[in-house]
Ligand binder design. Structure first.
Ligand SMILES: C[S@@+](CC[C@H](N)C(=O)[O-])C[C@H]1O[C@@H](n2cnc3c(N)ncnc32)[C@H](O)[C@@H]1O
Length: 229
């Protein structure tokens, strides 16, 4: 995701900045963040709680930006431990008080997702909190490449274009193009192909309950669950 911060400051991040802090109220000791990316949400967690943060990020490119963000802030460098692995392979010295997973869920296929919930339950203390964002909405239709965001960086224009290639059930395949232009002439282009899996809320609920989670109150757009005590 070459222009991650440019694009996502325009996407889910501002909403999460509003919705996440009240849900973390009372969390004091430790937060495990799954899929920390470039650290945009890590910083929100750090501002909302005094807790130690364990930031899981498997992708080197994203993790490098995360580390640069931490390096700019000595207080963050002290409080945030970066775990260079995927969610299924996390190993903590003590169970966490809360887990935060923002805009990561739809990257797991159904089998990975069903394996994930028991892993997360095992990483939480009894009664511990699991927070993630989710909204049930219809899959996009396959179609043409469309502009999704455009940003000026100095004299250059950075553009993200997106296209849904194929949809079947909860799975959708997409293509994103990251283009840089100078005076209207393309000077750089990166293509990213990927797939997302958007489960229904009912299916998520069944999976979470099967893994021993009980629902907690959360505003529209967020899910809050607790590991049964
Ligand atoms: C859309 S980004 C979200 C980043 C950040 N949470 C945010 O909201 O800005 C998804 C992140 O999940 C990470 N990811 C992908 N597979 C993962 C896995 N198996 N375990 C943990 N994180 C994963 C990706 O590398 C990417 O950084």
């Amino acid at each position: 995701m070459p222009f991650y911060d440019l694009w996502h400051e325009d996407g889910h991040v501002p909403e999460i900045r509003e919705l996440l802090p009240p849900l973390l109220k009372g969390v004091q000791r430790s937060v495990l963040e799954i899929g920390a990316g470039t650290g945009l949400i890590t910083r929100v967690i750090a501002q909302a709680t005094p807790a130690e943060i364990f930031a899981v990020e498997p992708a080197l490119a994203m993790r490098s930006v995360l580390l640069s963000r931490l390096a700019e802030d000595p207080a963050l460098l002290e409080r945030v431990t970066v775990l260079p692995c995927g969610a299924h392979d996390v190993d903590l010295d003590e169970p966490a008080e809360a887990i935060v997973m923002i805009s990561v869920l739809y990257g797991f296929d159904p089998a990975e997702r069903e394996r994930l919930w028991p892993v997360l339950a095992g990483l939480l203390e009894p009664g511990g909190l699991l927070l993630f964002n989710h909204r049930e909405r219809p899959q996009g239709e396959p179609g043409e490449l469309e502009p999704m965001g455009s940003y000026q960086v100095g004299r250059h224009t950075y553009q993200v274009l997106g296209q849904v290639l194929e949809v079947s059930g909860e799975k959708s395949r997409y293509r994103h193009l990251y283009q840089i232009t100078r005076n209207g002439t393309l000077i750089s282009e990166d293509e990213v192909l990927g797939e997302t899996h958007r489960p229904s809320t009912a299916r998520l609920r069944a999976e979470l309950e099967a893994a021993g989670f009980v629902p907690d109150d959360a505003p529209d757009g967020m899910q809050a669950w607790r590991r049964a005590g």
